[in-house]
Design a protein around this ligand. Structure first.
Ligand code: ATP
Ligand code: IP8
Length: 263
């Protein structure tokens, strides 16, 4: 059964964790975001398929960064450590979801995706089944098997991949900035916010956006991935997860603090 109206919410690692403090959680932010998801689900759950993806933040990225700097790659032990760290973060989020009454089913991407020459290949039939049974798919950025050994599949790439394969109408990137700017607002205080644009109008800005400290590459990668995967006809919202009610507003309307980008 095809699921109509799929919304994908990517909870950025910078929102749910404190990125430069290992294994640190922003517990109050997590609880509030899950409360907003649960409010949306109670009111509109019948009309939408919901996929929630979370990033690695201070649980995934430091582990991978250490491995790369020590061994130049993700070796077997690093793979196990990263998977364990990501599963721990996912467990915490899943518990909050279940306690708030969200019917989430959590799948680690290493169990349904591979990377070949850097491109994802995922077994999506199981994902459609989850959504068609009116469950919420909860998944995350992860380490997966690849033709080069083990590599990171970011939550951003996964969001785009699922959007393209299942035909989502909207991706919401919940981050620590209140939208897309013409350059990184953390680096350039006079950066200007882009309220709405077509993706081809912002490609120039994106090429100047910093890739930042993440192993999977910041805002540029987040928005470029849709072009790489050739996704069309989708609305992307970039919004702050630190503003109370903002995720709920973005899920239910176009009246939110952030940017809307059309593909
Ligand atoms: P994770 O990958 O751990 O899930 P995330 O999804 O929260 O993280 P990042 O990948 O860190 O988000 O990307 C958001 C960051 O991108 C912001 O903190 C901001 O500093 C940076 N950035 C770079 N260029 C821009 C830009 N042009 N507009 C807005 N933010 C930008
Ligand atoms: O934070 C990366 O996912 P992202 C996950 O969505 C790991 O880029 C394992 C670092």
């Amino acid at each position: 059964m095809e699921v109509k109206n799929i919304k994908i919410v990517k909870l950025g690692g910078s929102v749910i964790t404190i990125k430069d403090v290992r294994r640190s959680l922003r517990t109050e932010v997590i609880q509030r975001l899950i409360e907003e998801l649960s409010l949306f689900y109670r009111e509109y759950g019948d009309s939408y398929g919901l996929v929630v993806i979370h990033g690695g933040g201070s649980f995934g990225h430091p582990v991978v960064r250490d491995c790369i700097s020590k061994y130049g790659k993700i070796d077997r032990n690093c793979y196990v450590d990263t998977a364990d760290s990501m599963d721990t973060l996912n467990y915490i989020l899943r518990r909050y979801c279940v306690v708030r009454g969200l019917p989430v089913v959590s799948l680690p991407p290493r169990s349904f995706c591979l990377l070949r020459s850097g491109r994802p290949y995922c077994f999506t039939k199981i994902l459609s089944r989850i959504l068609s049974r009116e469950l919420i798919l909860l998944t995350y950025g992860d380490v997966v098997y690849s033709d080069r050994g083990f590599e990171v599949l970011s939550g951003d790439t996964l969001a785009w991949y699922i959007a393209s394969k299942l035909g989502a109408s909207e991706i919401l990137f919940v981050t620590d900035v209140d939208g897309l700017y013409d350059s990184d607002p953390k680096v350039n205080p006079s950066a200007r916010k882009i309220a709405q644009a077509r993706i081809d109008e912002v490609l120039g800005f994106l090429s100047q956006s910093s890739l930042d400290v993440d192993v999977t590459g910041g805002m540029r990668k987040k928005l470029y991935e849709g072009i790489t995967l050739g996704v069309r006809g989708i609305r992307v919202k970039v919004l702050s997860g630190f503003i109370e009610g903002n995720l709920y507003s973005a899920l239910t309307s176009n009246n939110f603090t952030g940017s809307t980008i059309w593909y």
